[in-house]
Design a protein around this ligand. Structure first.
Ligand SMILES: [Zn+2]
Length: 374
């Protein structure tokens, strides 16, 4: 079975769900003590988080009874993770959802990461969103933001929730100021998905024919972003380099695939891909596991975005280099930072337009990598 998990700051809620319909409103609340006494249950993918600076909090092991969902709230309720256990006692799926402030002032919930059972193995997907408070992000929201709710696994009824706080994506700011501000050197948040490459290597291909007309050198920036992790490139002076290497194996015409095909592919294309088809996202990574090992990871960059691949991403465009660094972090086994005060880290789930600060790593990114590949 999969190893067990939990989020350390979560308020435990258990919900009995309808056997057939997940949208059943009739819910019976169980006290945690009753739930933990149940002999049957499923384990879920491990998530480790270090919300306290410099401290890695190991997660508690907890079974979820068969046929139930469990929702954990973190970050004051702005992020929740719902885990579903099948009636047969197997892990079914989990989804991490973040509440964001849309440009119209409405609070919207968007899926950040999804993990599904695939036989005895898992398939996960993580998405990167634009900063919806920026003009370019607002335009993407206006284009297709209404689709987000369709893809959110609902949490417990709103009356049971902690006070909802809204994730605040970093507002667009002058990239020239980021290095002197923080650059993520003191931000320690990270999550991992309890899987990594046994070989300590990620061999990827690029479907170069799918790269749209982007100012600058998109192909080169895809490589640069992936290889940031090879040397733990950071502006902070961190010397702790992990023995992990990404290798570019060449160009291909194979597409990123929502089902495992044994080839790690980076391509550009539609957002209608795997579990990625939500709001106007920038990019998405899908990974596959066998036991605790990643066996494949594909990255999809959504073509219909205002990309740039120049030295400094102009306002209104999103940086290919930064996005490649972020997506390849997923491909190596990293999840998202959990919001709020982590916006200078590469694995923060939002990217501002005109920003290049996610090109290199912050403290949490390095800590996360080293936790998977000591
Ligand atoms: Zn992401």
């Amino acid at each position: 079975m999969h190893s067990l998990v939990d989020l350390p700051h979560a308020a435990l809620r258990l919900r009995r769900v309808g056997a057939a319909l997940m949208c059943a409103i009739v819910s019976i609340w169980l006290a945690p003590a009753i739930a933990s006494a149940s002999p049957a249950g499923c384990s879920v993918p491990k998530v480790v988080s270090d919300h306290a600076p410099g401290t890695i909090v190991a997660t508690a092991v907890r079974d979820i009874p068969s046929g139930l969902e469990q929702t954990d709230y973190i970050e004051g309720g702005s992020v929740y993770r719902t885990i579903r256990c099948s009636s047969a006692g197997d892990f079914d799926m989990s989804m991490t959802v973040g509440a964001i402030m849309a440009p119209d002032g409405q609070v919207a919930e968007v899926p950040l990461e999804t993990i599904r059972a695939q036989g005895n193995d898992l398939r996960g997907s993580s998405v990167l969103y634009p900063d919806f408070s920026s003009p370019a992000g607002a335009a993407l929201w206006a284009r297709d933001g209404g689709r987000s709710a369709l893809h959110v696994l609902p949490a417990v009824p709103s009356a049971q929730r902690p006070a909802l706080q809204v994730m605040a994506p970093a507002a667009s700011q002058d990239p020239s100021t980021f290095a002197s501000t923080d650059a993520g050197c003191s931000q320690t948040s990270f999550t991992i998905n309890n899987s990594g490459w046994l070989s300590r290597a990620y061999h990827y291909w690029i479907d170069a024919g799918t790269i749209p007309a982007i100012p600058g050198t998109a192909h080169g920036q895809l490589l640069s972003g992936h290889h940031v992790w090879n040397n733990t490139t950071n502006p902070c002076g961190f010397a702790d380099i992990t023995n992990f290497t990404s290798f570019f194996d060449g160009d291909t015409t194979i597409r990123a695939n929502a089902t495992a095909d044994g080839v790690n592919v980076v391509d550009f294309g539609s957002a209608n891909f795997a579990d990625c088809n939500t709001v106007g996202l920038l990019a998405c990574t899908v990974w596959f596991t066998s036991g605790s090992f990643i066996t494949e990871a594909d990255e999809r960059f959504v073509s219909a975005n205002p990309w740039s691949a120049t030295d400094t991403a102009p306002a209104g465009t999103f940086d290919v280099y930064s996005t490649a660094t972020h997506e390849s972090g997923h491909a190596l086994g990293l999840g998202h930072t959990s919001g709020g005060s982590t916006n200078f880290l590469t694995m923060y789930p939002f990217q501002c337009d005109g920003c290049i600060r996610e090109r290199d790593l912050g403290r949490g990114d390095v800590n996360g990598l080293r936790s998977i590949y000591p």
